[in-house]
Design a protein around this ligand. Sequence first.
Ligand SMILES: [Zn+2]
Ligand SMILES: [Zn+2]
Length: 154
Amino acid sequence: MKSSKRLFLILLVGMLWLSGCASKSINQMDTEQNEQENHESIPDTQEKTAAINELPSFLEGQTERTINIYAGVAKFPDLVQLVPCYCGCMETLGHQSNLNCFIQRINQDGTVVWTDHATRCETCLDIAATTIYEMNNGKTIKDVREIINQKYNQ
Ligand SMILES: [Zn+2]
Ligand SMILES: [Zn+2]
């Protein structure tokens, strides 16, 4: 009871913090309450590794595509951090960008806390894959955000 109250507070702070960039209407907030329950029924697995080029062991047994996208995010975290995620995680899980679907945080000592959220979320995987693919094709980050916005934000 106590911890769920704290979680709610963290989510609330996250939402307030995000409200600047994510201008959602009240109605949208209502429908996302349901998604929140779905997300919470499967708690994320987190794993800490010594450095960003060391992928978490929970990727064992995942598809090659999933592993490749995690590796891509590990190569371009600064890029992926500039792109929002549209799976609902920014509202329900307090993610600050698509990066948080793969990496919870990068510590000052270089250690990385990974999350397996994206292994279960096609939207997160696809957004990161699109970001990396389009940037490799010479698109600017502004173009990439527009492409992803058009594809998912509807
Ligand atoms: Zn997701
Ligand atoms: Zn996400």
